[in-house]
Design a protein. Sequence first.
Length: 365
Amino acid sequence: MKPSLRQQFERLALRLAELDATLADGAIAADMKRFRELTREHAEVSGLVERFRRFEARERDLAAAGEMLAAADVEADMAEMAREEAANAQADIDALRFELLAALLPRDPDDERNAFVEIRAGTGGDESALFAGDLARMYLRHSERKGWRTEVMSESASDLGGYKEIVFRVSGENVYARLKFESGGHRVQRVPVTETQGRIHTSACTVAVLPEPDASEEVKLNPAELRIDTFRASGAGGQHVNKTDSAIRITHLPTGIVAECQDDRSQHRNKAKAMSVLVARIAEKERSERAAKEAATRKGLIGSGDRSDRIRTYNYPQGRLTDHRINLTLYKLQAILDGDLDEVTAALQAAQSAVQLAALESGEA
C-alpha cells in the first residue's frame, strides 16, 4: 500500500480518537441531529481503523514468516509452518487491502436520493415511441421488483400506444445509485409492428436519470423568472381531467427549461409536481456545467437520440442485450425487459469501482 494511502488511514485513526472524545461528552446528546451524524461517522471510521490495524498486523506476520524462512538454521517442520503462515498472511493482506481501498473510493452524494426518469423517443418515428414504452415498462417493473414506489409526472402518448415522452419519479432505497447508469442512448433492433416486409429496423430512445434534489439543498427559484401556463389535460383521466384547465406547464425563463404535469385532477398538485421536476432539471444542468468545467468523466445524460449515439443495444431477433460501455452481452433480453436489471447494474457498478480503484492506486483519485 502506498505511503499516501497509509497516511489517510492514520488520519482516520486520529479522527476516531476525536470522535471518541466528543461522544463521551454528555452535552452532545442535546443536539440529536448532530449526535446521530457523529454516531454514524464513528461506526464507519471505527470499522475502517479496525480493518487497517488488522492489515498492519498481518503485514508484521508476513515479515516474521519471511525472516524465519531466511534463517540459515531453520528446521524443516518450522520452515513448512512459516511457508503456510506466509501464504495465509498474504491472502489476508490482499483481501483487507481491497476492502480498505474500496472504502476510500469517492462516493456520489446523490446515490441515496430518489430519481426522476425521463424517456424520449428519438430516431425511428412510431417505432421509437413504441420502444420508449417498452423501456418505461422495463423500469417500472424493475422498480416494482425492488419495492420502490413510482409516480408518473407527465406523459405524451403516441398514436400506436408508445410514448413520445414520459417522465416518472422513483422513490425508495438507493434509487439513483442503481438507475444512474441508465442515462444515455438506447438502441433497439427488431421488426416493427408497422413493417410489412419483415425487415429489421433500428430505432433509438434517450433516457435521462436525474437525482431528486434535497429539500434543503434544492435550487432556489425566483418567481419573477418563471412563466406558469395552465392548459386542458389530454388523454385518459376521466371527464374532470379533460374538461378543466388542471394541467400545468412551468418555464424557467433564464434557461428555457420546461416542466409540465397533467397527471392529477388537482391543479395545485400538478403545479407542485411540475415544480419538483423543473428544480431537478435545473440542478442537473448546473451539475453538468460544473462537471464540464472540471473536465470530469461524467458525460451528458441523454445523448442526441441518433442511432449511432448509444450506450446499449436491444436486439430482439437474437434475444440479446449489449451494453457498449463495458462490452457486456447477455442473452436474456425478455427477462431484462420484464424488469430483471440486477445483473446489468451489478456489472456496471463493478466496472466503475474497478476504474476508481485503479485511479486511487495510481494516485489520480
